[in-house]
Design a protein. Sequence first.
Length: 137
Amino acid sequence: MDERRPEIRKAKPHASNKDIVKEITDEWRDMNDEEKQSYVDKSTADRKRFAEEKKLWDAKKAKEFKENAGKESKDAKPKEEKSKEEKPKEEKSKEEKPKEENHKEEKSTEEKSKEEKSKEEKSKEEKEEESEEEEES
């Protein structure tokens, strides 16, 4: 169906990708099994090709791994240096800490305003209740 995409794009240059895919999907749904078979065959062949290429790639990588086993790569660093590098990553940087603290302050400010609102609402309710009690007596 990829061959349909350029045709649809020419016919409807302002169509979004979503609209193009929808049209292709509608066309696919309207096709009978005989019309779909050529695409199914292409898909099957492509899956087989992929499986074969993956086997070759996996074998190549396994061979490279065996050849390099026990050898230190050029990029490898001694264990001591790695552990030194890992420590700063685990700790928060100085720049990140103030942002987090500001975020906490913002939350506390928001929480305070919510608390104040709820207190105001409670006091209004209490005043209303008191005034109702006074009216009753």
